[in-house]
Design a protein around this ligand. Structure first.
Ligand SMILES: NC(=O)c1ccc[n+]([C@@H]2O[C@H](COP(=O)([O-])OP(=O)(O)OC[C@H]3O[C@@H](n4cnc5c(N)ncnc54)[C@H](OP(=O)(O)O)[C@@H]3O)[C@@H](O)[C@H]2O)c1
Length: 258
């Protein structure tokens, strides 16, 4: 049996209309899964769904703002009930605020936690209930190197992404006997449109950031998608509770001045 084949399986991908999420949605559909893509903006959602369908895949879209974690949790329940099953969930959408601690406001902290932690709890909780009913499933939560290595000026994002890692490990322990697996991927720098835009505005800084990655380049969205799809697939059947760095070696690096 092909362990990458996902025919007849149903997957939900949050933030699946751009960057890593879009690459993941397209890869899941190419393996035969029906992909339910969630994000706020309809234009990018429609473009992603149309591209998947044009390539022969199966997808549907829903507009939802993950700052409302309860609404998201309820939507996961509805999707699972409409399809009679839920096999895979990717919590990939994010919120990020930058700034030194004395400038960061409580509303920024709360928004990053709402999307990166509260919504991950609500979605995972609903998914686990649905997955238990259909004999198992796999959940992948998308964290960040900033959750495990300290980067200044990203306190709310980093702390919420760290909460996601420990929450995922606990969820993995609670569901291990139900044939449900819960894992994280931990991306470093990835060549998404937002990062490319930032790089064009601060080219010197962007160059230095990339040069400090052991592999000397940022990751491709498809390289992240490959690791996410691996953790969703039967090829990783004995892996649960891990936080897998996908970062060109960045988190393993010991910095020594030359
Ligand atoms: N790119 C990197 O270098 C990098 C590094 C480390 C970790 N990561 C992590 O990887 C994941 C994907 O990042 P990315 O760079 O691929 O993101 P991206 O290209 O900016 O895409 C973000 C996606 O999330 C959706 N989204 C954002 N806020 C949302 C909200 N409140 N409710 C619902 N959907 C929302 C966006 O669509 P709408 O705006 O239309 O809602 C979009 O589909 C994130 O969890 C991020 O923290 C990325």
């Amino acid at each position: 049996m092909n362990q990458q084949d996902m025919t007849d399986r149903v997957a939900i991908v949050t933030g699946g209309s751009d960057g890593i999420g879009r690459a993941t949605s397209e890869m899941l559909a190419s393996r035969g899964a029906h992909v339910v893509i969630l994000a706020r903006g309809m234009e990018k959602l429609e473009a992603t769904r149309d591209a998947i369908k044009a390539a022969g895949g199966s997808a549907e879209i829903h507009s939802v703002d993950l700052t409302d974690a309860e609404a998201y949790g309820a939507l996961v329940e509805t999707i699972a009930s409409d399809h009679g099953r839920l096999d895979m969930l990717v919590n990939n959408a994010m919120s990020v605020h930058y700034g030194p601690l004395d400038h960061l406001k409580m509303e920024h902290w709360r928004k990053d936690f709402a999307v990166n932690a509260d919504a991950v709890f609500a979605g995972t909780r609903s998914a686990i209930i649905a997955m238990r009913k259909c004999g198992g499933g796999s959940i992948v939560n998308v964290s960040s190197t900033t959750a495990i290595r300290a980067a200044p000026f990203m306190s709310s994002y980093s702390a919420s992404k760290a909460a996601m890692i420990q929450f995922s490990a606990v969820a993995a322990m609670e569901t291990a006997r139900d044939n449900i697996r819960v894992n994280c991927v931990v991306p470093g720098q990835v060549q998404t449109a937002a990062n490319e835009d930032y790089a064009s505005k601060a080219p010197e800084l962007a160059e230095k950031t990339v040069a400090a990655i052991p592999m000397g380049r940022g990751g491709l969205p498809t390289e992240l998608a490959q690791s996410i799809v691996f953790l969703l697939s039967d090829a990783s059947a004995y892996i649960t509770g891990v936080a897998l760095p996908v970062d060109g070696g960045k988190s393993a690096q010991l910095y020594l001045p030359s």
